[in-house]
Write a new protein. Structure first.
Lengths: 185, 78
């Protein structure tokens, strides 16, 4: 996510509403792609990611008075986006989300290990959906998307140690769930 | 769960949920949706108006009760 306009909200906050709106549109156009990509990596649903990008910028607009230029726009936007995505995950029931239609735009799983069948992958994906949202976000970003733990800690508002702990708990719960289904990873 | 188990779980998860490639773009221009969301005014604070309306109504009722002659005047201005 680019960080060139870290002070733009503060700069235009003092001017007229029209100037602020024009500046906000510029900010939106510069950062929407990065915000969308970050959210898509969490929710893995393109339509939901679009709606959550709108929600994120609405929250940014609403909270602009609390923006601190010294901390940078990138981390602030990611944090707001992460919370919007977390709220969305919490409202979804496990069986209704991550449908195959919703994820059609994402890359299909590539089976590298012949011992891992498509059925095992499907059950793994379903078991993953049953994880608590906070653990799911941690596992998605750390394991699947291979994001840095420092970035994740900033986005989630927790320490790096807490990120590691959440990833560990997510993997452990996932393993137990698969074992209950007779799958030994 | 030891480190080996963790690695196996990570491998399985990476195969089940492939990562998002590159920097994906939204399928549509989202700015109009942001504008619509920004323009949607929050519901007015009903409690403040309700208090004002109640006080006004009580005043008018009191005026009509103690000074019945004022009723035609009030009706004239309604």
């Amino acid at each position: 996510m680019r960080n060139g306009l870290s002070g733009v909200l503060n700069e235009f906050r003092q001017r007229s509403p029209e100037t602020f709106e024009a500046a906000f549109e510029t900010l939106f156009r510069l950062h929407q792609r990065a915000v969308y990509g970050w959210i898509l990596r969490i929710v893995r649903n393109p339509a939901a990611a679009e709606d959550l990008t709108v929600e994120t910028f609405w929250r940014i607009h609403r909270a602009h008075a609390r923006f601190e230029p010294s901390r940078g726009f990138e981390g602030w936007a990611r944090r707001i986006a992460t919370h919007a995505a977390l709220d969305w995950l919490r409202t979804r029931r496990a069986e209704s989300e991550l449908s195959m239609e919703a994820c059609a735009d994402l890359k299909a799983p590539a089976v590298a290990d012949p011992a891992i069948t498509a059925e095992i992958l499907r059950k793994t994906a379903l078991a993953f959906q049953r994880l608590p949202p906070k653990l799911r976000i941690a596992a998605t970003l750390a394991v699947v998307e291979e994001q840095s733990q420092k970035d994740m800690a900033a986005a989630l508002g927790i320490s790096v140690a807490a990120v590691k702990q959440r990833v560990f708990r997510a993997l452990r719960l996932l393993r137990k769930d698969l074992e209950r289904q007779g799958i030994t990873p | 769960m030891n480190e080996h188990d963790q690695d196996r779980m990570k491998n399985l998860l990476q195969q089940a949920l492939p990562p998002v490639d590159g920097e994906p773009e939204p399928g549509r221009d989202l700015w109009p949706a942001v504008l619509r969301r920004l323009d949607a005014k929050p519901a007015p604070a009903l409690s403040g108006w309700a208090w004002f309306d109640g006080a006004l109504l009580a005043g008018l009722v009191g005026l009509a009760a103690f000074f019945p002659a004022s009723i035609p005047v009030l009706l004239y201005y309604l």
